[in-house]
Design a protein around this ligand. Structure first.
Ligand SMILES: O=P(O)(O)O[C@H]1O[C@H](CO)[C@@H](O)[C@H]1O
Ligand SMILES: [Mn+2]
Ligand SMILES: [Mn+2]
Length: 395
């Protein structure tokens, strides 16, 4: 039976809550994104997450357990192989990824691919290594501006990123080159999960700044997801932030690009003021891109405080027939070695004003409980290859 008219799924990108049992396979034993932020920062004022039960979900110095949490709370494990954004989000919506996406972390991209990309775009390539995006921009930005070359780089994720000055190279030109790169990397042996346009402004080392005109060109999901099923049933499937890119628009009826994670919450608040019937799926990427990868626990903590403030504006707008789920797609412990994601459990908070006596949920072995529960709510069946069981009866 249908219970909720509107479901909001908010993904705090990279907010892991402790290493998964198989973290050793990823070199991530001991990682704990939220836990290590909590022990590093002087203040972490999260009154709204606290009333929902974040401090009941796990012990934290700055967030206390409450006697009557307003949300059901639990931990989710990722069943799929991998720890990137696409794997995490696709699994939430029912896909089980068993073969990791192709990476070029150790080797850079093969010469044949780069030759082809240079030929077809008309730009020479520099970089071609695994790097932090802000560091490689500082290293090669001045050269990039002077020559019109493209900075191509990767990371531990399955990505081919092209970084160029938005004003001298041109944003449309950068997008055109990325589209060519996307086309070339559809070939099996070069098949990266995402090509990402990384525009920046500034003319001198130390002054370069990446802009919100980043654009991700993802592969289409490898099968039917809960989003397709919702859309085909005539429901609204609204994207806020990177969701539209992560699913390459598949199964979505509306896209709202965000300038920042605070902006993403503001867009969500505006959507909550309107009438719709279906799912609003939100990704807040700043946590990951600005703080997790940059290994900045202080910045991460401050971003969490800004999120909590906006959450305080969203909660009063939610009615009896609304459900809010808060979760994450992987970890990115800002105190951990390196600059990559960490294989962690993620939080699951389920809030509705119609809930009373909220309690702890049994730890789940896949993120796919989210999509399955959303489908169940709307009386829809999952497709054959999809994983995940609804936990609606526990809520
Ligand atoms: O260092 P930057 O460019 O932010 O890269 C990060 O963002 C990309 C996509 O999430 C990944 O490659 C990750 O390493
Ligand atoms: Mn992510
Ligand atoms: Mn990331």
């Amino acid at each position: 039976m249908k219970r909720f008219k509107r479901i909001f799924v908010v993904v705090i990108d990279s907010l892991g809550i402790g290493a998964m049992n198989n973290a050793a396979e990823y070199g991530d034993v001991g990682s704990d994104t939220l836990g290590h932020i909590d022990t590093t920062v002087d203040h972490l004022n999260l009154p709204n997450l606290e009333t929902l039960g974040l401090g009941n979900l796990r012990s934290l110095k700055h967030v206390k357990p409450v006697s009557e949490p307003k949300a059901y709370y639990g931990k989710l494990n990722e069943a799929s192989v991998g720890k990137d954004t696409m794997t995490g989000h696709w699994e939430m919506m029912g896909l089980y990824i068993t073969k990791p996406f192709q990476t070029f972390t150790e080797t850079g991209f093969p010469k044949e691919l780069l030759d082809e990309l240079e030929k077809r775009t008309g730009h020479k390539i520099v970089g071609n290594k695994s790097a932090s995006g802000t560091e490689i921009m500082d290293e090669l930005g001045e050269h990039q501006i002077a020559t019109g070359d493209m900075i191509v780089y990767t990371s531990a994720d399955s990505v081919l990123q092209i970084c160029a000055n938005e004003e001298t190279f041109g944003l449309q030109e950068l997008y055109r080159c990325c589209e060519i790169a996307r086309e070339l990397t559809l070939r099996d042996e070069w098949k990266v999960g995402r090509v990402i346009a990384r525009p920046y402004v500034g003319m001198k080392k130390g002054e370069f700044k990446r802009t919100p005109n980043r654009h991700d060109y993802a592969l289409k999901p490898f099968g039917t997801t809960a989003l397709n099923i919702l859309k085909d049933a005539g429901l609204d499937v609204i994207s806020v932030g990177k969701i539209f890119d992560i699913f390459d628009g598949e199964g979505l009826t509306e896209g709202n690009k965000s300038q920042s994670s605070v902006h993403g919450m503001e867009q969500t608040i505006e959507i909550a003021k309107k009438d719709f019937n279906g799912l609003c799926f939100v990704n807040l990427v700043d946590f990951d891109a600005l703080w997790g990868h940059r290994r900045d626990p202080i910045g991460y903590g401050a971003e969490l405080e800004r999120f909590d403030e906006k959450l305080g504006e969203l909660l009063p707008l939610l009615k009896e027939d609304d459900l809010l789920l808060i979760t994450a797609d992987h970890g990115n412990d800002p105190t951990f070695k390196g600059s990559d994601h960490t294989k962690e459990k993620v939080p699951f908070l389920a809030y509705s004003t119609s809930y009373a006596n909220c309690e702890e949920l049994k730890e789940q072995n896949t993120f796919a409980v989210i999509g399955a529960t959303v489908l169940d709510n709307f009386g829809l069946q999952k497709a054959q290859d999809m994983i995940g069981e609804s936990i609606e009866e526990l809520l």
